[in-house]
Design a protein around this ligand. Structure first.
Ligand code: SF4
Length: 353
């Protein structure tokens, strides 16, 4: 008998872990695929070397649980192509800037490419009918599969019994009666299944695993769009980092919140105006509109803003080093040290995005 193969979209969460187990238990050879969009909160923080509040490191849940449960795993970075999905989604956004329908369709398309490449027969997803408002109701699921060109090929083992039969079920590659019929947001059945299937450790369903569903991220995204009319790739990815301010002159300032962000921003320092304390504290990049020079007044203002997040002397002062973008061909190189004096909170708050 031919051993059927499947490609499973794998987040590392409980639902996709259970989905894979249910399919593997029917003798199917499953390859788990984890897509990195550039907006996965945990993975982005892990890549930057950020630490959690308790000092521990972030771990990629897909890597962690694939290793724990013995899944074959491929991690595929789709962040480059994903820019267009975020900025120009055919089916619009959910409650924030989450283009879930376009996002799922894109992931299915990519998963189908892998499926064809490795000669697999179908796809597996841990989605549950009506669990999430934008992409997991029946109409959206149908649109997603049609857009991705995978109609009938995606088995959703957790909800299969309440969904139309898929090709693998109709052809008897898998037994529909051994799949589940879960609907909605309750996790009760998933927790029972986890016990039955020996899944003794899993990522807590914290929600918010995607920056695009975060309302702070959405506010910053919408501010850039209303200010500039469009958003560049760099501007978009910078929204995942730091505290964001818009000065009255239009200059954007991003101040780091921790060491991991500091390391990341230092890596970009040659592309932007860069500010760092002579001592301990946050670093910042600044981007004037139309990439013009910063004025002396703006340099002083930004130094004061950065000082607010640094270890100053008892009078609230600290020297701040600054430099113009080293990679700019049009700007004269400029650098120096200026006294930063902690900016008043009220002023700072009026500029915070
Ligand atoms: S929350 Fe939406 S946009 Fe984010 S990864 Fe999931 S489906 Fe994609």
């Amino acid at each position: 008998m031919v051993r059927r193969k499947a490609v499973a979209l794998y987040s590392g969460g409980l639902d996709s872990t259970l989905a894979i187990k249910l399919i593997q238990n029917q003798g199917i050879d499953v390859t788990a695929v984890h897509f990195y969009t550039g907006f996965c909160i945990t993975e982005t923080k892990r890549r930057r070397g950020e630490k959690k509040e308790d000092g521990s490191h972030y771990m990629n849940p897909a890597l962690r649980y694939a290793a724990r449960y013995g899944f074959k795993l491929e991690i595929v970075d789709i962040s480059d192509e994903y820019f267009n999905i975020v900025t120009n989604p055919k089916y619009g956004y959910g409650s924030n800037v989450n283009p879930c329908i376009d996002c799922r369709a894109f992931m299915y398309k990519k998963a189908k490419e892998i499926m064809d490449e490795i000669g697999a027969d179908f796809l597996v997803s841990g989605e549950v009918l009506n669990q999430r408002p934008m992409s997991q109701h029946l109409k959206a699921m149908k649109i997603i599969e049609r857009e991705a060109g995978v109609e009938g090929l995606v088995v959703k083992p957790l909800s299969a019994k309440v969904l139309p039969p898929t090709i693998p079920e109709i052809k008897g590659w898998i037994d529909r009666s051994r799949l589940e019929g879960i609907v909605g947001r309750s996790r009760k059945r998933q927790l029972e299944l986890a016990k039955q299937l020996g899944i003794d450790e899993y990522e807590q369903p914290a929600g918010g695993c995607c920056y695009l569903t975060d309302e702070n991220f959405a506010r910053k995204y919408n501010e850039v769009i209303s200010f500039q009319g469009s958003i560049s790739r760099d501007d978009l990815y910078l929204l995942t980092i730091g505290r964001h301010f818009r000065l009255p002159t239009g200059t954007k300032v991003i101040v780091t919140r921790n060491e991991g962000e500091g390391r990341f921003i230092r890596g970009l320092s040659k592309n932007y105006w860069f500010f760092e304390p002579v001592g301990k504290g946050a670093v910042a990049i600044a981007k004037p509109i139309e990439n013009r020079e910063l004025t002396e007044e703006e340099i002083k203002t930004i130094a004061d803003l950065v000082a607010r997040y640094c270890k100053t002397d008892e009078t609230g002062k600290i020297n701040i080093k600054y430099s113009s973008p080293k990679y700019s061909l049009s700007l004269e190189k400029k650098e120096g040290i200026i006294l930063g004096e902690k900016l008043q909170e009220e002023t700072l708050e009026t500029w915070r995005i």
